[in-house]
Unconditional design. Structure first.
Length: 109
């Protein structure tokens, strides 16, 4: 049974005291573009507007990166991850990495 964990972009959890810092935890995913999405995106750049298929792809990738970070925190028996941040980088011409990272902590009960 997997337990829930709190994750937040803030440096603390309201109403809870951090009792121990367990370390930095990360979760990443390298996402490649789909040829069909590239063709549709090419048309969209001509007329402008949101490229919904890319938005959906990056939303899913962000959720996967968070899930992997949470798993790493649970492996440390953390109660929360504070200071959650994201970063992206281009790995190659058709692929990008999304990295979620934060500090795994124990909280008072």
């Amino acid at each position: 049974m997997q337990r829930n964990i709190i994750y937040t972009t803030t440096p603390s959890v309201p109403g809870r005291e951090i009792t121990e810092i367990l370390g930095v935890v990360t979760g990443n995913i390298v996402q490649s573009k789909h040829v069909g999405r590239d063709i549709l995106a090419g048309f969209k750049t001509i007329i402008g507007g949101e490229i919904a298929s890319y938005t959906e792809m990056f939303t899913e990738a962000r959720h996967n990166a968070i899930s992997r970070m949470v798993t790493a925190a649970l492996d440390l028996d953390a109660d929360a991850v504070v200071n959650l941040r994201f970063t992206t980088s281009s790995i190659m011409s058709k692929a990008s990495e999304i990295l979620a990272y934060g500090t795994a902590v124990k909280l008072n009960r």
